[in-house]
Design a protein around this ligand. Structure first.
Ligand code: SER
Length: 392
């Protein structure tokens, strides 16, 4: 079952339950928002979750590309990607959370054929903000799905202010033994779908006020679910990465963790460029720059002659096509190459400057500032050139 098939099954199932499909947005949220990139399917819908009527009604479904830099250090494990797709559904003051969980269970088991014995759920156990989520607990008990109450892990918020609420998460067993233990105690339980009972808005002072409508916001990680359904042990082995796994290891023979970083960061860089971001010293452009530099650091570790100019155009066009982006593959690769040259020049300058006697020993905070302000050498580049300083 490939990712296209999962997407289609998901969208059609919710259309049959009265949802209207909305087009996913780009990775770039409207200016002035709390985040640099869209990190969840609900972002573009924030005004509607806060009460504005949506032109397509109160039941929505979509596929939204997302980018999460909080997970950058975790990329390379079995479940985290920088850019991923989220299949989302929303009830804007329409059906309640129990209905959402019930439909979710129906889609996973009947629609996608998952053995119900491989599912586990978690629910909010109650704290000083809100009581225990007994409605969700009851749904799972009636369906015969084991359920674990937690507190912090079952509260979802969109940053420090904005819509939030208790959630119920659905986990799928990824182990090769029969399922055991619970999601908080055994990481072979992989979270695939989060159902948020989005009933509150958090204000600047940290207090919660009820939203005008009781909404439900759900998000399912497509590549994660696909890899589990395809019986693969990591997201990098699902069909989305087939061309990367076919072409990159011959071009750049690297160990598996490095290959995963290269697949993830280059694919993410292409999508970000496809959404018209350009490398820069701040903001979205800086995230792009970091992705490219992290790739180059890995590529050049044992062969400085490797170049992004050799990146097969097929990988660029496969990624742009997948995300329905209109950029020219050749232009995208040229941009990556320009960024590579800039980084190469910076490293050369960095090596020369760091060879000066003043910078040979331990560096103080003021040295880092001086290197940055006078020589344009960011801290992470300095610690990259001087691993003895303990940076990454
Ligand atoms: N907003 C929730 C999440 O990102 C559910 O979509 O997990």
């Amino acid at each position: 079952m490939d990712t296209e098939h999962i997407q289609r099954t998901f969208v059609e199932y919710f259309e049959e339950h009265g949802h209207r499909r909305i087009t996913g947005s780009t990775l770039l949220p409207p200016p002035g928002g709390p985040v640099l990139f869209t990190t969840a399917g609900m972002h573009p819908l924030t005004p509607y979750l806060e009460g504005r009527p949506h032109p397509l009604g109160t039941r929505l479904v979509n596929v939204q590309r997302c980018l999460r830099t909080t997970d950058l250090e975790e990329v390379g494990d079995a479940t985290h990607l920088t850019v991923f797709e989220m299949l989302g559904t929303w009830s804007l003051g329409d059906y309640d959370g129990s209905t959402s969980l019930d439909w979710g269970y129906g889609l996973l088991t009947e629609g996608l054929g998952i053995d119900p014995g491989l599912l586990h759920a978690t629910v909010h156990g109650g704290d000083d903000r809100t009581g225990p989520d007994t409605d969700s607990l009851r749904v799972w008990q009636e369906l015969g799905v084991p359920v674990e109450p937690t507190v912090d892990a079952n509260w979802w918020s969109n940053g420090p202010v904005g819509p939030c609420g208790p959630d119920s998460e659905i986990f799928l067993w990824s182990g090769d033994t029969p399922p055991r233990s619970t999601p908080t105690r055994d990481e072979r339980w992989v979270e695939v779908w989060n159902h948020v009972m989005m009933r509150y808005r958090r204000l600047e002072d940290g207090s919660l006020v009820p939203l005008p409508r009781r909404n439900v916001d759900t998000g399912l990680g497509l590549e994660r679910l696909a890899s589990l359904l395809q019986g693969r042990s990591s997201v990098f082995e699902c069909d989305v990465f087939d061309p990367w796994r076919r072409l990159v290891p011959d071009l750049w023979p690297l160990d598996e963790p490095s290959l995963r970083l290269v697949y993830d960061h280059l694919r993410s860089a292409v999508v970000v460029i496809g959404d018209r971001v350009r490398p820069a010293a701040t903001g979205q452009g800086y995230v792009l720059r970091r992705l490219v530099r992290r790739v180059l650091t890995v590529l050049w570790r044992d062969d400085p002659s490797r170049s992004l100019g050799d990146l097969p155009l097929e990988l660029v066009s496969h990624t742009l096509d997948h995300f329905r982006q209109s950029g020219e593959p050749g232009d995208v690769r040229r941009l990556l190459l320009e960024e590579e040259r800039r980084f190469g020049r910076l490293l050369e300058r960095g090596r020369k400057v760091l060879a000066r006697p003043r910078f040979r020993g331990p560096l103080r905070e003021e040295d880092f500032h001086h290197l940055h302000d006078t020589h344009g050498l960011p801290r992470e580049l300095v610690t990259g050139l001087r691993p003895d300083l303990g940076g990454s």
